[in-house]
Design a protein around this ligand. Structure first.
Ligand code: NI
Length: 179
């Protein structure tokens, strides 16, 4: 088990489009996923992408079996390892909601995302993942997969009047000082 330092916005490694995983079920890949889970949980993240710990592979983890203290009141997203993901929007409907990012600590912004998506990819063993989801689950997946293309959520924002410090926007909500 290893908790890694999470890279912060400004680090050029967060702006790279990273490469697909070529070989599944290897010791190295299993170790990466364990470290990503440990790092995500330690930071109370809703998700984490490999580039956030400096690894240039298309691997994201997200979700949990318990409510996330950084996103109280949001529906549970099943704990998922998603490798080489592809997102297809279903319909043209978008919704705006608040997001944070462990690489952009202390801030929140309202970000437009597709309401409904299908996402495909592979799990750790190389078995296919294929889900159709909406709302918060769809938002988390879009946020994490954007990291694989070198996109951070502020780059998706259209209205910077809805961008600010978490402690100012939501006084009393945050117990986690990391974000
Ligand atoms: Ni993020």
């Amino acid at each position: 088990m290893a908790i890694h330092t999470i890279l912060k916005m400004g680090d050029p490694r967060l702006l790279r489009a990273v490469r697909p995983v070529a070989e599944f079920n290897t010791e190295a890949l299993r170790g990466l996923v364990v470290d990503m889970h440990d790092t995500m949980r330690a930071a109370h993240g809703a998700g984490l992408a490999a580039p956030q710990i400096g690894v240039d592979l298309q691997v994201v983890v997200f979700g949990s079996e318990v409510t996330n203290p950084r996103y109280p009141g949001r529906p549970l997203v099943p704990a998922t390892v998603l490798i080489n993901p592809v997102i297809t929007p279903l319909g043209s409907e978008e919704e705006l909601d608040w997001e944070g990012c462990l690489s952009v600590p202390g801030l929140r912004g309202r970000v437009p995302r597709w309401t409904r998506i299908r996402y495909t990819g592979f799990d750790l063993a190389g078995l296919p993942v294929d889900r159709t989801v909406e709302g918060f689950h769809a938002r988390v997946v879009q946020h994490e997969c954007d990291h694989l293309a070198g996109i951070l959520y502020p780059m998706r924002m259209r209205d910077f009047t809805q961008f600010g410090f978490t402690e100012v926007l939501f006084p009393g909500m945050e117990s986690n000082q990391d974000d």
